[in-house]
Structure formats: structure tokens, C-alpha cells
Design a protein around this ligand. Structure first.
Ligand code: ADP
Ligand code: ZN
Ligand code: ZN
Length: 803
């Protein structure tokens, strides 16, 4: 008796453990750990992952149900991934199934049907498989199952005669082209040639050519062209057995354009000094974490590229994580132009099929390097030699819903598994990482100069309060307006940065002061000019702009705040003739829009690029000599203890866009709080003093990196019920946790009502609290068995990015 331990695809189940299923005899030789299966669960037949195989079970025979079907003949999860999931589910207080699902491409998740496709050399197979695969290189899994051919196939697989691919049936997830395979047997080709009558001139001509290309697989169109033959002629020759049609699977090419090759730079002395310890760690199989702190333009990427080169030379694989919004073609091309076909790219802009193809390239070892956003940290390489996280301070590395993992933690876990180094790179490291580097938990590597010795741009701060006194009511200070005019005259490019989107941030009645609010959330609505609507950015609620105030009936409705659309309007008024490109959430909705805007700007089709945080990073255009920050205050006043850090990071990143080539850069920051230290240190472009100053604040308030934090959040449609259960959480935590942890709350969340649910939270601060995870797991269990039925939602977020 063989038993499969299966993690099933049910959430909201109180217990999180594998369930035992009987493996039917016919599947015994086929099932492996890491394969997907379908199993009966309650009244349904659901997806699961086999995570263990054993010989007995405690489940009584009459209760033991068999696996209903096997979806993969080759595992989709590696042993490492299954171990990782076990660790991750505790670290993130989530279900194991959620951890497993996040590791595989969506094409392999429950909702898609599967089919097996084989790329095989039929000649190596034994009958009856051979017959099947001579006809086609593609075989339907179900068909093979019906003919009892799965076991022979599996054996062939084991002996590496065939390679196998699990493929989704969903339209467009696999692409094939028809090719012609010419017989390898030259004598046979000669014999066919001789047996043909001289009247079959075209066929003979084709056969002569085929003798030169025996054994090759060629596209029919190429054959027609090269031999001046037709489909009929080819068909006739195939009829004589001289060739056959084969289907060849092709990976979709997610890259619009080919890139040329670029050479490695000779590293600067600083870069050399940063690279050496990384190379040593690779050579010594040492799972060290390096923090590469380099100013913008210091050539961090070149250090990554050369480290990857070393990794490949060692015969190993590299994973490179880049924040989603920086994953531009410009960025990926830097990797592709060095490592060509060895690079796979994974990001959300790809279609399901493209994503699946890129994943398969990794799964089947066709590539050596993956460049991708957060979830690429799960790239199923089995011989990882290096993991890089660029812009490590970015909050997008933390997944906001379950499993709430941080890519950095997963990367470090994998580095220990593979005994290889991790590089965390940033011009503005997170305080957490920098503190760890100071304590030597991470090794600090520093690049102080720009790679091409360009000077850092000059940064100026404009006090907007004075502008108002001068009677300047536009959003452009005199200084900035003048600077823009100057660049326009010189045909140099300008980047304007605004940390907002939409036309106006809110709409207000000037008579009674009512701000138009979302019906479902405690959030003011944002005015969008393109459709004349008010929109909630949290729940998507939309309504037309009221002509009169819903409260007092006044018609003095006013738009407040500044959005990218409004800036664009003012810009074109102030600088008629200036060509403006706007890049924000609204102009980049469509696939490829982001790329196109950048391409156009790079090609000089616009003078001014105006945008939100999207433009803060990655832009590397030589002609940008002016960067303007319209309002540095927006992020400064967020109700978050990291507001100053975010502002400093943002301003530094944006400033880094200016003067990256020969022409020197200038940065102008407009603000109503010019004296704030985050703005002052950003102006001085000094990370260390900022770090010191910010650490004082964190120390004072017991915030990270001095303390860890965890956020427990409860929500319910009814305010009182929500408050009651939040109190229960707090009481439970207080009864279980030691003095090492302080529990604050319950308090209302920053936004109390969201999507018609009221939210309460408890904040836990702790240094070392061994009881924390077990307590959280226990609380989760109470929630899953009891509270959930009452309509409560409970989330636990360890190290939240925002509180
Ligand atoms: P960062 O990632 O630190 O912002 P980049 O890697 O983008 O910096 O490098 C900035 C610029 O300097 C790029 O145009 C890059 O091609 C160039 N560069 C980097 N290293 C070298 C080098 N050793 N020699 C010449 N140019 C370099
Ligand atoms: Zn009113
Ligand atoms: Zn809303």
C-alpha cells in the first residue's frame, strides 16, 4: 500500500496539514513528490500537491480515499520548494497551499486544465510508445492514460530518452510550429532518388538537396524557398518516407526587439573592490548577504553583471530581482545584451502563456539567469549560485496578501539552502538592512562615486510658502519655471515628479467644507478629469462630480490638491509648445504603454516627462539635465513611521535621474517643509547622516530596526463586532506573550472603514519573543474554527511595510 500526503487547495480550513490518500496501483510508479494531483475532498474533487509518499497511514481503511488523478508526470515543485513552503507558512502565518501556489506560474494553478506534451526522439522509444510518438511529438495525457502507456513513458523518462513538458490546454499557452524532419539515412534517401522516374524532376531535385541535409529539422517554408519546390512536391517526398512532419514547440519571445551584445566594462577600482568579496563568497560556497550601498549611477548593475558572469562560469544559476516598476526593457536589456539566450524574464506584464514559457525555461534548465519581480525569487533553479535584489529598500518586495512574504527573507533562506551569496543593492538601503550591515550581519560594500565620475547633480530646495507670499499661485515656483524654460531653449530634457495621481486629489464644498467621500471607505474621492468622475482608489467606487454640495446645496464646489493631469494642463499653459509625456497609473494601464512612453522619451519625442513614483527609478537617459519635484510634502505627511525614510528614498531616487551622462544635472525640490531633515539630507545627498538622525527617532519610539513589529487586524461589517473581536485578540495575545513583547491596542486602523468593513488593529513590538509564532498560529486556528463563520476577517502581518 502506498500513501500520498497531499496538501489540498482549500483555504479557510481550520487545520493546515497534509491529508493521506491511497495511491491506486496504476499510479504507483508515476506519482512523485512535487506532482499535482486531484483528490476527493468533501463532495468536491480538488487540486493538491503531493508532498510525501509513505507506506502506511492512521486513516482507517474505510475512510481512506484514493487519488483520483495525476496531473503531472514530472514534478512541478522541487524538494527545495516543498521545504521552503513549510518554513514560509510559519514565517508568514499562512496556509501551506498558498505558499506552494505562489511558487508556480498561474498556468499551473487549479483553474487550468493540463495536457502533456513531449519532445522526443521516437526512435529511442520502445513499442508501443514508439508508434504513438512517431506520429506526433505531442501526446495527450488522457490518451496515454487510456492506453496504459504512462508507466512505459515514465520509464523512458527516467532513462532520459524523452523530455516531457506539462502544458496547459488553455488557448495560447503553448505554441508550436510544424517542421520537416529529413531522414538521417543517406543511403535510403539515395535509394528513393534512384527509384524515382526522371519525370519527377522537382522531387529528385528536392531529394538531392535533402541528402545534404540528412537528419535536419527544417521549416517547410525554408525548404520551398531553397529548393524551389512546392507543398505538393514535399508531400510526395514525405510519402516515400524520405522525411516526416514533426511539431516543434517554440517558446514565445516576450521581447519585442533583439538586443545586440555588449561587452563587460573594465571595473572601476571601487567596483572591483565590491565585486571581489562576492566572488570569494561564491568560490567558498558561503551563504553571505552583502549590502551593496552605491550612490545612483555608481555602477551597481555592472557589479551584478560581472558577479553573474562568475556564477555562470561556475556552472551555476543566478536570480535577479528588480522592483516591478523598474523592470523596463531598458533594464532587462542590460542583462540580455550580456547573457543573451541564457536570460529569462518574469514580470506581471507577460501573458499567462509567456509567463509559463519563461518558467519552463527555468524548470528545464534552458536558461541560467532569471530577471524578475518579487515572485521570481521562487525560480525553480536547482543549482543557485547567486541571488541579487536590486533596490532592496522597495516595499514591493513584500507581498501584501497571503502569503505575506518578503522576497529578501526568501532569498536569504534559499542562499543558505544552496550555500551561495545574496547581494542587496540600493542607493538608499532600508534602515533595517543598513542596521544589519552595521552589526556585520550583512557585509557592507560601498560605491561612493558615480561610475563615469560624473558629479552628483546639484540639488536646490524651494520654499513654497514664500512663493505664495509673492503671489505666485501656480504650482511652479519662479525658480523651477525659469529652469524649465532654460532647458526647453537648449533642447535638453526635463523630468517632473509628482507623488500623486489624478487631476485633483479631492473635491470640497467651499461653503460648508464638506469633502466628497467614498460611500464604502473613509477616504476622500479623487477627481479624474478624463471621465469627469470621482473615484475611490481603495475600492474602485466611482461617481460623477456633484454640481451642488450634497450637504448644504451650495454650488461652490472646488477641486483641491494637484494631480498629474492638472500639472500637465498648467504646463502646456505656461510653456506653449513644450511636448509633455505623462506617465502615471492612468496612462500606463494598457500592456506595453509604460515601455512606449519611455521609448518615446528616450528617442527625444518629448521635452518633459511628467509622472508619479513610476519615473523615480531606472530612467537612464543622457539628455535629462533637470529634475523637478513639485511637492516633496505628500509622502512626508503620510501617517506612517517610515514616512521620512520613504521621502528621503524617493527624493534621492528622483534626483539620481539627472545628469547621468556628460551634461551636469540640476534638481529642484519644491516643498512647504524645507527644514525637514529628510529633505535636507536628500538635498545634501548624504545617506549616513540621514540614517543616524532617523535611527534616533526609531529608537525613541521603539520602532524597527530596534524592534520588530507585527500587525494584527480584525475587520467586520459591524463596528462593534469588529471592536469586540479586536479586543479578544489583544486579550489573547496579552495572556500568551511575555514581557518581551508590548501589545498596543486595539485601536482603529488608519482607515477605519474600508469597503464597508470596519477595521481595528493591534500592534505588537518585540525583540526576541520565541512564543510569538506559536501564539499567532494558535490565534489563527481559533479564527479559522470559530470567528470566520461569524464574518470576521483576521490578518496577521509580520514586518508590515506600512502601519
Ligand atoms: P546604478 O545601478 O548604481 O545606478 P548603473 O549600473 O546604471 O548605476 O551605472 C551608471 C552608468 O555607468 C551606466 O550607464 C553604466 O553603463 C555605466 N558604467 C557602470 N560601470 C562602468 C564602468 N566600469 N565603466 C564604464 N561605464 C560604466
Ligand atoms: Zn456644502
Ligand atoms: Zn472606497
Amino acid at each position: 500500500m502506498k500513501i500520498a500526503e497531499v496538501i489540498v487547495d482549500v483555504s479557510a480550513y481550520p487545520v493546515d496539514r497534509p491529508f493521506d490518500y491511497l495511491i491506486p496501483d496504476e499510479m504507483e510508479e508515476l506519482i512523485e513528490c512535487g506532482c499535482r494531483v486531484k483528490v476527493p475532498f468533501g463532495a468536491r474533487n480538488i487540486l493538491g500537491f503531493v508532498v510525501g509518499i509513505k507506506n502506511d497511514t492512521d486513516v482507517p481503511p474505510d475512510k481512506l480515499k484514493p487519488v483520483s488523478s495525476l496531473l503531472d508526470i514530472e514534478p512541478v515543485l522541487t524538494k527545495e520548494m516543498m521545504e521552503l513552503a513549510k518554513w514560509m507558512k510559519n514565517e508568514t502565518i499562512s496556509y501551506e497551499i498558498d505558499c506552494l501556489q505562489v511558487m508556480i506560474p498561474s498556468a499551473l494553478r487549479a483553474k487550468y486544465e493540463k495536457m502533456v506534451v513531449l519532445e522526443t526522439d521516437a526512435e529511442n522509444l520502445e513499442e508501443p510508445l514508439r508508434t504513438v510518438f512517431r506520429r506526433t511529438t505531442k501526446a495527450n495525457y488522457k490518451e496515454l492514460e487510456k492506453q496504459n502507456l504512462l508507466i512505459p513513458l515514465k520509464k523512458a523518462l527516467k532513462e532520459k530518452w524523452v523530455s516531457i513538458e506539462t502544458v496547459v490546454k488553455q488557448k495560447g499557452t503553448i505554441k508550436e510550429i510544424r517542421k520537416v524532419k529529413i531522414s538521417e539515412d543517406k543511403d535510403f534517401l539515395q535509394k528513393v532518388y534512384e527509384n524515382l522516374s526522371n519525370r519527377a524532376k522537382k522531387q529528385k531535385q528536392l531529394l538531392l538537396w535533402m541528402q545534404q541535409h540528412a537528419g535536419e529539422i527544417i521549416e517547410p517554408e525554408v525548404i520551398y524557398r531553397k529548393t524551389d519546390s512546392s507543398p505538393q512536391v514535399l508531400q510526395a517526398v514525405i510519402g516515400h518516407g524520405a522525411a516526416e512532419f514533426v511539431m516543434e514547440e517554440v517558446y514565445r519571445n516576450p521581447f519585442k526587439k533583439d538586443v545586440g551584445k555588449t561587452d563587460f566594462f573594465t571595473l572601476t577600482e571601487e567596483q572591483e573592490k565590491a565585486l571581489q568579496p562576492i566572488v570569494d563568497a561564491m568560490d567558498n560556497h558561503s551563504p553571505e548577504t552583502f549590502l551593496l550601498h552605491g550612490v545612483t549611477g555608481s555602477g551597481k548593475t555592472e557589479v551584478y553583471l560581472q558577479a553573474i558572469q562568475h556564477c555562470i562560469q561556475q556552472g551555476k544559476e543566478a536570480i535577479v530581482l528588480v522592483p516591478e516598476i523598474s523592470l523596463t526593457p531598458q533594464m532587462t536589456n542590460r542583462f540580455r545584451s550580456r547573457f543573451g539566450e541564457l536570460v529569462a524574464v518574469m514580470h506581471s506584464g507577460l501573458s499567462i502563456g509567456e509567463k509559463f514559457d519563461e518558467w519552463r525555461k527555468v524548470h528545464h534548465r534552458k536558461v541560467k539567469v532569471v530577471v524578475g519581480a518579487r515572485s521570481a525569487v521562487f525560480a525553480p533553479f536547482e543549482n543557485v549560485g547567486l541571488i541579487i535584489i536590486d533596490e532592496e529598500h522597495e516595499t514591493s518586495y513584500k507581498q501584501e496578501d497571503s502569503p505575506r512574504y518578503h522576497a529578501r527573507d526568501v532569498a536569504i533562506w534559499r542562499s543558505k539552502y544552496h550555500r551561495c551569496p545574496v547581494i542587496l543593492g540600493s542607493a538608499t538601503p532600508s534602515l533595517e538592512s543598513y542596521a544589519r550591515a552595521r552589526k556585520n550581519v550583512y557585509k557592507l560594500l560601498t560605491l561612493k562615486e558615480r561610475a563615469l565620475k560624473q558629479s552628483l547633480p546639484s540639488v536646490e530646495i524651494v520654499d513654497m510658502r514664500k512663493e505664495l507670499k509673492k503671489g505666485n499661485r501656480t504650482m511652479f515656483s519662479e525658480k523651477l519655471a525659469e529652469a524649465i524654460r532654460g532647458r526647453l531653449e537648449k533642447n535638453e530634457q526635463i523630468v517632473l515628479f509628482l507623488n500623486r495621481r489624478g487631476y485633483s486629489s479631492f473635491v470640497l464644498c467651499r461653503d460648508c467644507g464638506t469633502v466628497m467621500q467614498c460611500e464604502n471607505c473613509d477616504i476622500s474621492l479623487t477627481y479624474h478629469r478624463y471621465n469627469e468622475k470621482l473615484k475611490c482608489h481603495y475600492c474602485g467606487y466611482e461617481q460623477p462630480v456633484p454640481a451642488i454640495c450634497p450637504l448644504c446645496g451650495s454650488d461652490h464646489i472646488r477641486y483641491f490638491g494637484t494631480g498629474t493631469q492638472k500639472v500637465e494642463e498648467e504646463l502646456t499653459k505656461l510653456f506653449p509648445g513644450a511636448r509633455v509625456l505623462r506617465m502615471d497609473v492612468d496612462t500606463t494601464k494598457r500592456k506595453g504603454a509604460h515601455e512606449r512612453i519611455l521609448e518615446d522619451f528616450g528617442a527625444g519625442k518629448a521635452d518633459i516627462l511628467l509622472g508619479t513614483q513610476m519615473i523615480a527609478k531606472g530612467l537612464d537617459f543622457p539628455n535629462i539635465t533637470l529634475v523637478g519635484v513639485l511637492s516633496a510634502d505628500t509622502s512626508l505627511h503620510l501617517p506612517d513611521f517610515r514616512a521620512a525614510e520613504r521621502t528621503f528614498q524617493l527624493l534621492t531616487q528622483v534626483s539620481g535621474r539627472a545628469g547621468r551622462a556628460e551634461k551636469p544635472g540640476e534638481v529642484i525640490i519644491q516643498t512647504y517643509s524645507p527644514e525637514h531633515y529628510a529633505i535636507q539630507f536628500a538635498k545634501a545627498q548624504q545617506y549616513e547622516p540621514f540614517y543616524e538622525r532617523e535611527m534616533l527617532m526609531r529608537h525613541e519610539a521603539d520602532y524597527p530596526p530596534y524592534y520588530y513589529i507585527a500587525l494584527v487586524q480584525v475587520s467586520h461589517e459591524d463596528l462593534l463586532v469588529s471592536a469586540e473581536y479586536a479586543k479578544k485578540c489583544a486579550d489573547y495575545l496579552r495572556s500568551r506573550l511575555s514581557f518581551n513583547a508590548s501589545i498596543i491596542g486595539p485601536t482603529t486602523a488608519g482607515i477605519v472603514r474600508l469597503q464597508n468593513r470596519y477595521r481595528y488593529q493591534c500592534l505588537i513590538k518585540y525583540k526576541i519573543e520565541p512564543n510569538l509564532i506559536p501564539t499567532f498560529l494558535q490565534l489563527m486556528k481559533i479564527y479559522r474554527t470559530d470567528w470566520m463563520k461569524k464574518g470576521i476577517t483576521l490578518t496577521i502581518d509580520l514586518n508590515p511595510t506600512m502601519i
